[in-house]
Ligand binder design. Structure first.
Ligand code: SF4
Ligand code: SF4
Length: 99
């Protein structure tokens, strides 16, 4: 079996759902006040599922294709999606991008 440690295997789990520290109201407010690319994208494309932990809120992204489990905005995705989940240290069980 190939060694996939450190390589994204495109399992899709980090986008199904997306976990993020800000709740939906804070996300929308921060997007409108800062106009930060990440937050503006998230406010436009993420919908809260209602699931949450003490520190994180779960979102469904409308650019995630549930059939292929791939991102349909791969070329246009914002910086947070390029670094996520490693940047936020939110690593799904199946994630192979472990440091
Ligand atoms: S834009 Fe793509 S990478 Fe970013 S959360 Fe949505 S599906 Fe995932
Ligand atoms: S959970 Fe990890 S391996 Fe799966 S798509 Fe996301 S970064 Fe890649």
């Amino acid at each position: 079996m190939a060694d996939t440690a450190g390589v994204c295997t495109a399992c899709g789990d980090c986008c199904d759902p997306v976990w993020y520290p800000l709740g939906p109201a804070d996300l929308r407010q921060s997007a409108s006040t800062t106009a930060a690319e990440d937050l503006v994208f998230a406010a436009a494309h993420w919908t809260a599922t209602g699931d949450r932990t003490e520190d994180l809120h779960a979102y469904r992204c409308d650019r995630f294709d549930a059939k292929t489990r791939l991102c349909t905005a791969h070329e246009d995705r914002p910086p947070i999606c390029r670094a996520y989940p490693v940047l936020l240290n939110i690593l799904p069980t199946r994630c192979t991008v472990r440091l």
